[in-house]
Write a protein that binds this ligand. Structure first.
Ligand code: GLV
Ligand code: MN
Ligand code: MN
Length: 448
């Protein structure tokens, strides 16, 4: 929010809130949807373009950049000696369909701004800083979330290469078209010994900070999520068929949707049916098949799994009573993740530096890249108030003052870790030969 002294009164400080918000606006123009709506998914031209922009900003901030083997855009500022383990800072640049412009994106920009400031201050760093702009957190294109962050954690399943998008393109072919070699995906994996931890700033995507009048909060843990593809099979037929002769898959699916809501609500956890396809989807044909999605989340994996068992049993009963059958396939399973006390303390110190010494502790019901990164290193998150708790919607909104506070707090959190860290031994830290998208057209996202 401050004007830079060097660039004249009209030039905004590039790490200030107004610059970060302008960058969010710029990234929002890379979309496959018309009319100002945002949709940007993994391994597309839009992904390539935002990686290139992020790389430019990383370079300005003093980082060396590369695109890893999974298409994540990375940047690194060395510590006091080259090759030290790195503190990862990041979030994602992909979106859901008809998205807002801050989910994930703001966290990447805050991370770059924090490194920019620390680089400019010339402070002696006992570890390296790396920013990662993950290419896939949402799972919009291939139906499997966290593809970017799982690759970094080394937990990608080779079977996922056979996943297909809505046009029948496999993940394998999408990597190739993006200029990446799917057989080298493992090169994106980082080892625990290379890492100091992972910090992520993210909009809250919930109403609690706003309700309490806080700009910033600390995440205690991230809810575990499971997702299922559910298929209800009946018999298609003429809409003149009497009710007692019907096996209407949509009527069964409607009962299942209500069952899911009731069961999750009674158990105090969250469930969403967000996608539904009806076949053959004609006004005068009884639906013969319905495909629906289920996204189920809870603070405790045991509660979530118990509720799924209950839904599964009751769904089968509903279908039996209607002469239908039901099949389910799990498409995502991410256990709940607790944030590390050591890194949470750093986030608390960061928030305290902005004047709030009793920050709120919040459960994240939204999923985040940190869930995957937690398999290789400790994680913690800073939450930023968003208007009305609205997210995954074009109305997503943050206040410039909150972005300014978040950037200050995030920088201070990193500096708190710097202050608390003794000299680290040199380790095999940065990928010694970062994977650049050399087969793609040269962009600032390649090694610089
Ligand atoms: C991602 O935003 C998710 O929570 O699914
Ligand atoms: Mn999201
Ligand atoms: Mn997100």
């Amino acid at each position: 929010m401050t004007a830079s002294s060097g660039g004249g009164p009209a030039t905004l400080d590039r790490t200030g809130a107004l610059s970060l918000l302008a960058r969010c606006d710029e990234l929002a123009t890379y979309s496959t949807l018309p009319g100002g709506l945002i949709s940007r998914v993994y391994l597309t031209e839009e992904h390539r373009a935002v990686n290139a922009l992020a790389a430019e900003w990383m370079i300005e901030a003093g980082m060396r950049t590369w695109q890893d083997a999974a298409g994540n855009q990375c940047g690194r500022l060395e510590g006091r000696t080259p090759g030290l383990p790195a503190l990862l800072l990041g979030s994602h640049l992909d979106t859901v369909p008809s998205a807002g412009r801050y989910d994930g994106i703001l966290g990447v920009l805050i991370a770059i701004a924090a490194v920019d400031r620390i680089h400019a201050s010339g402070i002696d760093l006992p570890f390296a800083l790396e920013v990662v702009a993950f290419g896939d957190e949402e799972g919009t294109r291939f139906g499997r979330a966290l593809l970017g962050s799982r690759a970094l954690a080394g937990t990608s399943d080779p079977a996922w290469l056979d996943l297909v998008d809505e046009h029948g393109v496999t993940l394998r072919d999408a990597y190739t078209a993006f200029g990446l070699d799917p057989s080298l995906l493992g090169a994106a994996a980082r080892q625990p010994r290379e890492l100091v931890g992972y910090l992520e700033a993210h909009i809250e995507q919930g109403p609690y900070l706003e309700e309490a009048g806080h700009a910033l909060g600390i995440v205690s843990s991230i809810a575990g999520a499971r997702r299922f593809a559910i298929t209800v099979n009946g018999h298609a037929g003429h809409s003149g068929t009497p009710f007692d002769r019907r096996h209407d898959a949509l009527a069964g699916a409607a009962e299942i949707v209500m069952l899911i809501e009731r069961t999750a609500r009674d158990a105090g956890l969250i469930a969403t049916v967000g996608h539904l396809d009806v076949f053959p989807n004609a006004v005068n044909v009884i639906p013969g098949r319905v495909e629906l999605s289920l996204d189920l989340r809870a603070e405790s994996d045991a509660d979530r799994d118990r509720v799924w068992q209950q839904i599964s049993t009751d769904m089968t009963s509903i279908c039996e009573s209607r002469g239908l059958t039901v099949e389910t396939r799990q498409t995502h399973n991410a256990p709940a993740v607790a944030c590390s006390p050591r890194l949470r303390d750093a986030i608390a110190a960061g928030i305290a530096s902005t004047g709030n010494i009793e920050p709120m502790l919040l459960l994240s019901r939204a999923g985040h890249d940190g869930m995957a990164v937690a398999d290789v290193t400790d994680i913690a998150m800073l939450f930023i108030r968003c208007r009305g708790g609205v997210s995954h919607h074009p109305d997503e909104h943050v206040l410039a003052a909150d972005v300014a506070a978040a950037t200050d707090a995030f920088e201070a959190a990193v500096l708190a870790l710097v202050a608390a860290t003794p000299e680290l031994a040199d380790g095999p830290a940065a990928p010694s030969a970062p994977v650049a998208a050399t087969s793609a057209p040269a962009t600032p996202g390649t090694e610089a």
